[in-house]
Structure formats: C-alpha cells, structure tokens
Design a binder for this molecule. Structure first.
Ligand SMILES: Nc1ncnc2c1ncn2[C@@H]1O[C@H](COP(=O)(O)OP(=O)(O)O)[C@@H](O)[C@H]1O
Ligand SMILES: [Mg+2]
Length: 392
C-alpha cells in the first residue's frame, strides 16, 4: 500500500458539506433570488441530485438580513408534531437575531421557555396547541418592523405527508399554504421544501390535485453542463495522486452521460480505489471502463431508485412502471407505441402517460425524438442486472 497516496475525497450518498461540497452557485443564487422576490421554494429534483447538500450550504452561508434554519423532518408522525417542529425552528432563528433581542427575551419569558435547543424547546409548561402558537408567532414576527427575514428549510416533507394519516397530511399542506399566503403571516417568513420522493405522488394520493403547491417557486436542478462537469472533475481531483488529462476527462464524462455529482463521484471514487490498489497512479481509458463496470455491479448505489417506486406506488402501478423500465433497459429505449401496448396489457390506457411524465420528473428517463431512455447508463445497467430476463 502506498502511504503517500492522496485520494479524491468525495461523499458517496451522504450529504456533501464543507470541502466535500462543490458549490453550484447558479442553483443557490436562484433559490435566494426567489426568496428575495418573496416566494417560498420547492426544490423539484429527484433523489441524489444534491438537494440536501444545497440546503445545508445555505444554512451555513446565509445572506445579509436573513436567519435560516434547516431540519430533516422525516421522523415526524403527526400534524401536531409538525407544527411543534416549525415553532421550534422559528425560535431557533429568532434566538440568532440581534435586532429584536429585547422583544425575544420578553417573548421567551412570557412563554415560560427554559431552553431553546437545536432539536427542541424545553418549556416549564408546554403549550398544548402548537398550531395556534405558531400562527400567533408568525403574526408577531411579521408585524415587527425590526425583524429580519426568516427562512425555514424543510427536508423530506413528502415522506412525512406520505407516512402520516391523510387528515393530518391535508392539514399540513393547507396550513403551509395558509402561512405562505396570509399577508400578516408570510411577509418575513419563507419556506424551502424538499424531499426525496416526488411530492406530486403524495399530493395526488391525498388530494387528487396539486393546487396547494401552485404558488411555490420551483427550482429545478439541471445536471452540470459540459463545461461545469469538466470543472467539477478538476475540483474533485485537486491535490489527488491521480490526474486527469482532458482526453481522460472526456472519456469519463462520456461514460457518465448525465452529469449529476453523485454519478461522477461514484466513478471517480472507484477509479481512485482501483488505481490505489494497483499502486499505479497512471490511469487510462481502460481503467475508467473497468471502474465503470465495477460501479454498475454495486446494487447499493442504485437500489434506492427501485425501492422508491416500490414503496410509494400501489403494486399494480409499480408492475406497469417496472415493465416499462425493464423494456427500456433491455432495448435501450421505449417508443410511445410500445408504451401504449404495455398500457393495454396493464389496463392503464386512461392515464399511462402520467406515469411516464412522473418517471421523467423523477429523474429516471428522458424523452428523445418520441422515445424514452434512461437518463443514466448506470441506471439502465442496474435495471438490466436487476431484471436479467425480459420477454416481450
Ligand atoms: N454539491 C455537491 N458536491 C459534491 N457532491 C455532491 C453535491 N451534491 C450532491 N453530491 C453527491 O450526491 C450525493 C447526494 O447528495 P444529497 O445532497 O444527499 O442529494 P439529495 O438530497 O438530492 O438526495 C452526495 O452523497 C454526493 O455524492
Ligand atoms: Mg436529501
């Protein structure tokens, strides 16, 4: 083993923070722009595209006149708990504002609050109705001329809506909308909402319409452009033992095709691992190909994409969608006619294109000249390995 070997330190699956975070400033700017325009924001992006990493970065690097707080709310089990959490997030932001210090001290006293922690509030006498408390607090915040702006970053909201009972889920969606739309509550407090399952699945399940989300500014995470992807590799390999010529970079990106950091990280990391093992810092196009083949075989990296469909779709829907993806993996693409033929077989002719649109929105497939193909060769290869037999 080579002690002096310098690996590329890249996160694989965990959030990218600190010097493992590659700043995608156009996305960060777009989110701040929307917030400054007075909008709340929905991060409309599939799993593993970098939503949580961006939210964490924003929390660490707020802009002037904003207090911002991030929470992964996945574990919340009821609407009440949700309102309690939002109340706690608001208090955490308020405890950081200097401009309204006196007001806040009085507020804390009046509510018999003993301690404000990042994971909860300690009360002498805990309120019983956090929705009421939060509503009142929002009105106070917005009515205070000295107050700074507040942004609450809520990660994994769709999971919560999916897992709790329908009545509570509807209540949360309606309340969030109310908080965004009532002028006396919404001027100074904005939300950024994100989650790793498409929120549209959930909203459709509980309400049959998406109108409760229509006012949110949607920020789409485009993949890196060709230029950005080249800079990304430079950033990822800076100071590392392995170096990439422009020919190698081109070859690597050619394998990846769809330039989201996660897919690039997987490949760079594997190349590094294999080169280190062989104690050979000189990589070639063949070593890139070999690493690609290894990554593809690691189901752990891609299982999520399948599990997510399985967990959030009724079995009949999953079977239909899986059939489409199987076909796409084995035949490289699927035509609209072929999709329709399968819809006939699965009795989905009434709404089959909705499934296709969701697969597209959720980052599985893209349309190209009236055909659909996997966005990433990794996903395609995974689906094929996962379903090795395909009979039309
Ligand atoms: N800005 C970034 N810099 C470096 N790696 C990133 C970045 N964004 C995403 N990644 C990669 O993607 C993975 C998933 O990121 P994450 O923020 O958890 O995505 P999401 O919340 O959309 O599921 C990370 O483990 C990392 O490999
Ligand atoms: Mg996330």
């Amino acid at each position: 083993m080579n002690k002096d070997w310098k690996s590329c330190k890249l996160p694989i699956g965990t959030v990218a923070v600190g010097n493992e975070f590659y700043l995608r400033d156009n996305i960060v700017e777009e989110i701040w722009d929307e917030l400054q325009k007075g909008n709340s924001v929905l991060l409309a992006a599939p799993r593993r595209v970098g939503k949580t990493s961006i939210m964490r970065y924003m929390e660490e690097n707020p802009i002037d006149n904003y207090k911002i707080f991030f929470q992964n709310i996945q574990s919340i089990t009821s609407a009440d708990k949700f309102y309690e959490r939002v109340y706690m997030m608001l208090l955490n932001c308020l405890s950081k504002t200097k401009k309204v210090k006196k007001w806040f001290e009085n507020f804390v006293k009046s509510k018999s609050i003993i301690e404000i922690r990042k994971d909860g509030i300690v009360f002498e006498d805990k309120p019983t109705d956090f929705l009421k408390e939060t509503n009142a607090l929002l009105v106070e915040i917005n009515g205070n001329a000295e107050m700074e702006n507040i942004v609450l970053l809520l990660d994994e909201l769709p999971e919560v809506l999916f897992n709790i009972n329908e009545k509570d889920a509807v209540s949360i969606l309606k309340t969030l909308r109310h908080w965004r739309q009532q002028p006396e509550m919404s001027k100074k407090v904005k939300f950024v909402l994100a989650g790793s399952i498409g929120i549209h699945y959930v909203v459709e399940k509980i309400e049959t319409r998406n109108s409760d989300l229509n006012d949110l500014a949607k920020v789409v995470f485009e993949p890196l452009s060709d230029n950005e992807a080249h800079s990304y590799i430079d950033w990822a390999t800076k100071g590392a033992t392995i170096t990439y010529s422009s020919k190698l970079k081109k070859h690597l990106l050619n394998k990846i095709q769809y330039f989201v950091p996660y897919f690039i990280n997987l490949l760079i990391d594997e190349i590094d691992r294999q080169a280190k093992k062989a104690n050979n810092p000189k990589i070639t196009t063949q070593s890139i190909d070999a690493a690609f083949d290894t990554v593809v075989k690691n189901n752990d990296y891609f299982n999520d994409w399948k599990k997510r469909l399985q967990n959030y779709m009724p079995p009949m829907d999953f079977d239909f969608v899986n059939e489409i993806l199987k076909h796409t993996a084995h035949k490289e693409y699927i035509s609209v006619q072929e999709i329709y033929d399968k819809a006939v077989k699965y009795e989905k002719t009434a709404d089959y294109m909705e499934f296709i649109n969701e697969l597209e929105k959720d980052g599985y497939i893209v349309e190209f000249e009236n055909k659909y193909l996997f966005i990433s060769p990794f996903l395609s290869a995974f689906w094929k390995r996962n379903n090795p037999i395909y009979n039309t």
